[in-house]
Design a protein around this ligand. Structure first.
Ligand code: AMP
Length: 210
């Protein structure tokens, strides 16, 4: 099953992808996680991407497209994948479509996570990362165990100004890809507000076309 998650940054796409990837037996592929790893490893890609990411701007299409094409060609993604954070622009969506159609494949499900801008700002600025495990917590909604609280850090792009930039980019560019997919497949909009379990239930129903 080839799935694309679309939604504003901080709408819970990554959290839900992590929850369902084992159930569906397909990997969660997050462009943001891959880019952060490249930055922390200091690779050539990381060095080129870093300044864009710090500002909350989009990394140039060509860099991200090459990175994702290489990833979806790995053996673990043969039966499908959950793409989270990619495609984020029309050229990215078109490049993905073209690459898949060469091997007679296509995106079967596009899930649109609907969360208001106000809720996104409140959530993102309360988000904390555990640098040791990579796990994301939220000091408002998903409290970390008290013993690890002191080692948690805020992602450098989770401050209010950067979150607003990322939201503006989302509205400017990413929503256009929904129109692109509406012409090809059934785009399902689900509310991303509620408990993790509630959102997961909506998501699994949408994937079963219920
Ligand atoms: P995310 O973790 O998905 O919020 O991504 C973090 C940052 O990585 C974004 O603010 C962008 O700077 C960059 N990024 C992630 N995915 C993409 C993409 N598909 N296209 C361009 N930039 C991206």
């Amino acid at each position: 099953m080839r799935i694309v998650f679309v939604g504003p940054p901080g709408s819970g796409k990554g959290t839900q992808a992590k929850r369902i990837q084992r159930k569906l037996g397909i990997p969660h592929i997050s462009s943001g996680d891959m880019l952060r790893e490249a930055v922390s490893k200091g690779t050539a890609l990381g060095k080129q991407a870093e300044s864009y990411m710090k500002k909350g701007a989009l990394v140039p299409d060509s860099l991200v497209i090459d990175m994702i094409m290489e990833r979806i060609n790995q053996p673990d993604a043969e039966k499908g994948f959950i793409l989270d954070g990619f495609p984020r622009t029309l050229p990215q969506a078109e490049a993905l479509d073209e690459a898949l159609s060469k091997s007679d494949q296509q995106i079967q499900h596009v899930i649109h996570f609907d969360v208001s801008d106000g809720e996104i700002i409140a959530r993102s600025t309360a988000r904390r990362l555990d640098p040791e495990t990579g796990k994301i917590y939220n000091i408002k909604y998903d409290l970390p165990p008290p013993e690890i609280m002191s080692r948690l850090v805020q992602r450098s792009d989770d401050n209010e100004e950067t979150v607003k930039n990322r939201l503006a980019k989302y509205h400017e560019e990413t929503e256009a890809i929904l129109d692109f997919y509406r012409q090809k497949t059934n785009v399902k909009k689900i509310s991303g507000v509620g408990s993790f379990e509630e959102v997961e239930e909506r998501l699994l129903k949408a994937l079963k076309n219920e």
